[in-house]
Design a protein around this ligand. Structure first.
Ligand code: ADP
Length: 555
């Protein structure tokens, strides 16, 4: 017999607002620190739901956000899906061309944007107005005086948009399969691919990741997601934190390490989460400044591998690192590297070796590791293959992308593109990636797009781009160029870099251009990046030229 209701998000908020009514939601904004409680939050989501209804948003419509981590963005997390509409969180760090594609592909009807991101959005919209045709209204996340002078029409401010509405809203009973969220992944070649999250996917993800074998969130936690809310719902933490009735802390637009340290100290954060680049910054900061981290118990590090040295460093500070792995396609959390109880007695070396792996799958997921011959590999920690995974919060398709579906899914399994080993204790370790992409500071750079841009230059005969390891950004792009016969070798490197910078975000600019005589090829004539990767698997060729100001992971 089925349960009396489906698995949906609304009961999390309902419960928190009643059972933890005075727990706080704290937000760093341009205007300073703002705070209110769950009871107020619940009322404001109801006002938002009424405002959406008045604006003609109906069940199944998409409502987009282009926002940093703050309380208003959090209001859309329950306010939008609670009405039956679908919350589409957009990554503002993407190239304009991707933004245009994403808005048009998702058919967004209403778009919330931060004041500091409005200009970028307006640029993308005016460049290709057709791609924004579906958007009937833009809402700036702030008060009336925060509305910037940009070409987005019609443009309202959030407080006026929601302010006049009732705090009573008759939340509909929704089916579990109702689409509730959406996020695009640029994790492979070609156009970004949309992943839809249903109510029950987000519910199941929250329930599983709330457990001690997931992210271990409880009502006494103070949770600060630094991972952006446009990155797979900040790894689901706004939902999980609400389900647990814990306090939320949102670090606002582009927080720097000092901002994070202040928030940890002043709000007594117990649990935070983000990509390794963020924590490199925080660790440097606390070496220079006196910071009281005594409230901080745990950090979730994911998106890229957490270096073992970082896990050790945080241990020294009394902070436990939970190394997590996930994907946009998985809502996103798959595994967390917790030690099993019997391992607590192991010597330190063995324990760190385990904790630096991507870890044990969260309860509810199933997986296989498949080698080139299509066979399952043994769990010996040595043999590797591609990780295939399935579960209640793993998608089975991309939105309107049949060709990608054919490639990335089989019999209900998601083929992750991650090459892994599983050891005899069941711990997964990523050893390689089949996806032809570079992950810098937690954000993707498409090597194929850069290659196409390079090869469009008249004096470039051939070019390829690989990611090389980098201490701060985990990976940075380096271009390998075969100059044409008449190329001015002296200036070609700078010229192609300038060309890329004009077309793509600054942080996509390769850190170096290396001239080569030819791009190594496989037997079938494809670029063989493995050869170059092996040759240039050396941080020394990238000497910190990565852009400083665009700290993608921290933004
Ligand atoms: P997210 O950045 O939220 O994890 P993406 O879909 O953008 O989600 O990226 C997923 C990919 O990132 C994975 O398939 C894997 O290649 C890489 N990744 C994620 N977490 C880790 C990790 N802990 N260690 C190594 N790689 C990781």
């Amino acid at each position: 017999m089925p349960g009396s209701t489906d698995q949906t998000l609304r009961p999390f908020c309902w419960r928190a607002a009643r059972m933890f009514a005075d727990r706080e939601i704290v937000s760093r904004t341009h205007a300073g620190i703002e705070r209110y409680d769950y009871a107020t939050y619940d009322n404001r989501t109801a006002q938002l739901a009424n405002a959406l209804e008045k604006a003609g948003i109906e069940r199944g419509d998409r409502v987009a956000t282009v926002c940093w981590n703050h309380h208003r963005h959090f209001e859309t997390y329950f306010g939008v899906p609670g009405t039956g509409a679908q919350l589409h969180t957009i990554n503002p760090l993407l190239p304009d061309e991707h933004l245009q594609y994403i808005v048009a592909n998702a058919d967004d009807r209403l778009l919330f944007v931060d004041p500091s991101l409005a200009e970028k959005l307006a640029g993308a919209a005016s460049d290709d107005p057709g791609s924004f045709e579906s958007v009937e209204r833009f809402v700036v996340m702030g008060e009336a005086d925060s509305v910037p002078d940009v070409d987005l029409d019609p443009l309202t401010d959030y407080e006026s948009f929601v302010g006049e509405h009732s705090t009573d809203y008759d939340w509909p009973r929704l089916p579990g399969e109702q689409p509730a969220g959406m996020c695009y992944t640029s994790g492979t070649t070609g156009k970004p691919k949309g992943v839809e999250y249903t109510q029950e996917m987000l519910w199941a993800h929250a329930m599983a990741t709330m457990t001690p074998q997931g992210l271990d969130i409880d009502a006494d936690d103070v949770v600060m997601p630094v991972v952006p809310m446009f990155h797979v719902n900040a790894w689901g933490m706004p939902f999980t934190t609400t389900a647990a009735g814990a306090k939320h802390v949102y670090p606002g637009p582009s927080p720097d390490p000092a901002d994070l340290a202040d928030l940890i100290e002043e709000e007594e954060v117990t649990l935070t989460a983000g990509v390794p680049t963020v924590w490199i910054g925080l660790l440097e900061h606390i070496e220079e400044e006196e910071v009281d981290l005594s409230s901080l118990e745990r950090i979730v590090i994911g998106g890229s591998a957490a270096p073992e040295s970082m896990i050790r460093r945080f241990d020294d500070l009394g902070v436990e690192v939970m190394h997590a792995w996930g994907m946009t396609e998985m809502s996103p959390i798959g595994s967390v590297s917790h030690l099993k109880p019997e391992m607590e007695d192991w010597d330190a070396e063995r324990r760190y070796e385990k904790r630096a792996k991507q870890g044990l799958m969260v309860p509810g997921l199933e997986f296989n590791v498949i080698d080139d011959a299509g066979e399952k590999v043994p769990w010996d920690g040595e043999e590797f293959g591609e990780l295939w995974i399935r579960g209640p919060w793993v998608t089975t398709e991309y939105y309107e992308r049949p060709e990608a579906n054919e490639e990335d899914f089989e019999d209900g399994w998601l083929k992750t593109g991650d090459i892994v080993t599983i050891d005899s204790d069941g711990y997964m370790e990523i050893v390689d990636r089949t996806k032809d992409v570079i992950k810098s500071g937690g954000e993707w750079i498409s090597s194929v797009e850069l290659e196409n841009a390079l090869m469009a230059h008249n004096d470039v005969a051939e070019a390829t781009v690989i990611g090389v390891p980098h201490e701060r950004w985990q990976e940075r792009p380096v271009a390998f160029v075969v100059p044409g016969a008449n190329a001015d070798r002296e200036n070609l490197g700078e010229e192609v870099l300038d060309m890329i910078e004009a077309e793509y975000p600054k942080w996509w600019r390769p850190d170096d251009v290396v001239y080569i005589d030819e791009v190594p090829k496989t037997a079938t004539g494809k670029f063989d990046k493995k050869v170059l990767r092996e040759e240039y698997d050396d941080e020394s060729i990238v000497e910190g030229e990565a852009p400083e100001e665009a700290a993608p992971g921290t933004d």
